[in-house]
Design a protein around this ligand. Structure first.
Ligand SMILES: Cc1ncc(COP(=O)(O)O)c(C=O)c1O
Length: 472
C-alpha cells in the first residue's frame, strides 16, 4: 500500500478494514481461548468503546493540561488499590509496562555493589526478562515444583544474593494458572531486605471475585507482609479494552522511583509516570467506563460464571481419554497435556473446527501443552468446547505426531542466522513446507514441533527472524 493521492471516504475505509480483518480470529464469543477477554455482554464493551473514543485525543503527557486524566486515573487506580490491599499506583499500557516500572523502581530504590539481579521463577512472564534486558538487570531463574508448578520457596531463598533488588511471585503464573506461595516468598525476600513484586497481571482483577464466589484463593496482594509492588491488568480480567493495567506500590517513595523527569533539554518539561510519554487517554477512559458499567455486582457475577466454567472444563478434560490437566490451578487458566496425542496437532485440529486453543512449548521440564483462558463468556459454550477438545484429541490420535522433514531440526539448530537475509530465511522455510507469507489461519504443528525441539536461545533467534520476515 502507498499513501493515496487523495483522501478517501470513511465508508470505503471501514469496508477495507473489514476485508483486512476477514482472516482474524473472532474477538468475541469464547471460541478464542487466549488474547481476548469477553464478558459476553456486548453493552459493556460498547460503553468502553464509546468512552475510549471520547478520550481518544486527550494526551496524558501533561496532567496540568488535561485534568480529566488525573481524576480518572485516581478513580481507576484507587479502585484497584481498594481491592488489592492498598498502595499507590500508576495506570499503564499493559502488564509488560507495569512490570517494567516495578523493576525500574526496585533497581533504583536499592543501589547494590554489583550488577542488580532479580530472582524470577521459570513460570513467570517473559516481561521480567524483557525488563531485565532493557534495564540492565540480571535474572536468576528459580525452579518450580514439577508437580504443582508453584515456585519453590527454598530455591527463591537460595537465589537471593547481595545484589538482588527484586524477588518475583506470580498470582497466578500464566502457563498453568497456579498461584505461587506469595506469603512465603515475600517473607523470604523481606528477611533479606529485598523487595518483592507480585505479578497479578492475570489474577489481580480475577482472584478476588473467584474467592468471593467460593474458590480457595490464598492471600496474594499488597496486604501480605513483604509484598512491595503488584501488577494488575485491566485489559485481562478487568475486561477493559487493550492498553490498560495498574502497577501498585506499597510505598509512595517506591512509586517515585518508577517515575522519570527530564529537564535536560530546551523544550517542554518532561515528567512521565510511564515508559510512554505522549499517549492517548483512550485506554484510561475505556477502563474507567468498564468499571462503571460492570460495578462490583457485574464482576462478581462474571467471577461466578468463570469459576463454574473453569471447574467444568477441568473435570471434562480429565474425562477425555489421553488428556490430563496440569497442576491444580486456583484461577481460571487451565493447561492440559498428553502422553498419547501430539498437542500441537490437537491445536491445529481445533482450529479447523473454528476454535483457537493456545499451544505452549515444553520448558524447564514442563511438557508441551494446551492453554485455555476461561472468561466470563466461556460457561455458555463450555460443553461445545469440551466436545471440540475431545474430537480434536481423537483426530490428533489418528493423525499421529507432526511429521517433521528429516534433518529439519538439526538444520534449524545449526543455521548461521546472521549469514541469512530475510528473503533467504523465507525461502528456506518454504522449502520445508512452512509458508511464512501465507494468509488465513495456518497449520502450526510442524513449526511448533521444530521450536519445541530447540533450546530457548535458539527458539528466540528463530522467532525474531520469523517476525522480521512476516513484516518484510
Ligand atoms: C502473568 C502475566 N504477566 C504479565 C503479562 C504481560 O501482559 P501484557 O501482554 O499486557 O504486556 C501477561 C500476559 O499474558 C501475563 O499472563
Amino acid at each position: 500500500m502507498s499513501l493515496p493521492e487523495k483522501g478517501r471516504d470513511i465508508e470505503e475505509l471501514l469496508a477495507e478494514i473489514s476485508r483486512l480483518k476477514q482472516d482474524d480470529l473472532p474477538v468475541r464469543g469464547g471460541k478464542v481461548t487466549a488474547y481476548v477477554y469477553d464478558t459476553g455482554r456486548p453493552e459493556v464493551h460498547e460503553a468502553a468503546a464509546r468512552a475510549y473514543f471520547e478520550m481518544l485525543e486527550v494526551n496524558t503527557l501533561d496532567p496540568t493540561a488535561f485534568p480529566s486524566v488525573v481524576e480518572m486515573e485516581k478513580q481507576v487506580v484507587g479502585a484497584v488499590a481498594e481491592l488489592l490491599g492498598g498502595g499507590s499506583g500508576i495506570f499503564t499500557s499493559g502488564g509488560t509496562e507495569s512490570i517494567m516500572l516495578a523493576v525500574k523502581a526496585a533497581r533504583d530504590a536499592r543501589p547494590v555493589g554489583g550488577r542488580p539481579r532479580m530472582a524470577v521463577p521459570v513460570t513467570a512472564h517473559p516481561a521480567f526478562h524483557k525488563a531485565a534486558h532493557y534495564l540492565g538487570v540480571a535474572v536468576d531463574a528459580v525452579p518450580v515444583d514439577p508437580v504443582t508448578f508453584r515456585a519453590s520457596v527454598a530455591a527463591v531463598e537460595e537465589a537471593i544474593t547481595e545484589d538482588t533488588v527484586l524477588v518475583v511471585a506470580s498470582a497466578p503464573s500464566y502457563p498453568q494458572g497456579v498461584v505461587d506461595p506469595v506469603a512465603e516468598i515475600a517473607a523470604a525476600a523481606s528477611a533479606r531486605g529485598v523487595l518483592c513484586h507480585v505479578d497479578a497481571c492475570v489474577g489481580g482483577w480475577l482472584l478476588p471475585w473467584l474467592r468471593e464466589a467460593g474458590a480457595r484463593v490464598p492471600p496474594f496482594d499488597l496486604s501480605v507482609p513483604g509484598v512491595t509492588s503488584l501488577s494488575c491488568d485491566l485489559h485481562k480480567f478487568g475486561y477493559s479494552p487493550k492498553g490498560a493495567s495498574v502497577v501498585l506500590f506499597a510505598d509512595p517513595a517506591l512509586r517515585r522511583k518508577a517515575y522519570f523527569a527530564s529537564a535536560s533539554w530546551p523544550g517542554y518539561t518532561v515528567i512521565n509516570a510511564t515508559v510512554q510519554s505522549s499517549k492517548s487517554a483512550g485506554p484510561l477512559g475505556g477502563a474507567w467506563a468498564t468499571f462503571q458499567a460492570l460495578g462490583r455486582e457485574g464482576y462478581l457475577e462474571l467471577g461466578r460464571a468463570t469459576l463454574a466454567a473453569a471447574r467444568r472444563l477441568r473435570e471434562g478434560i480429565a474425562g477425555i481419554p489421553g488428556l490430563r490437566v496440569l497442576g491444580d490451578p486456583e484461577s481460571a487458566l487451565v493447561a492440559f497435556g498428553s502422553d498419547e496425542v501430539d498437542v500441537f496437532v490437537l491445536s491445529d485440529e481445533a482450529r479447523k473446527r473454528g476454535w483457537f486453543l493456545q499451544p505452549q512449548l515444553s520448558y524447564a521440564g514442563i511438557p508441551a501443552n494446551i492453554h485455555i483462558t476461561v472468561t466470563g463468556v466461556t460457561l455458555r459454550g463450555v460443553e461445545a468446547m469440551l466436545e471440540v477438545i475431545a474430537e480434536s484429541a481423537e483426530a490428533a490420535r489418528e493423525r499421529g505426531p507432526a511429521a517433521l522433514p528429516e534433518g529439519l531440526v538439526d538444520l534449524v539448530a545449526g543455521l548461521d542466522l546472521d549469514a541469512l537475509d530475510d528473503a533467504a530465511f523465507g525461502e528456506l522455510a518454504a522449502a520445508v513446507g512452512v509458508d511464512l507469507g501465507g494468509s488465513g489461519q495456518p497449520e502450526m504443528a510442524v513449526v511448533n514441533a521444530v521450536l519445541d525441539a530447540l533450546p530457548a536461545d535458539r527458539r528466540e533467534a528463530v522467532l525474531i527472524r520469523f517476525l522480521s520476515v512476516i513484516y518484510a
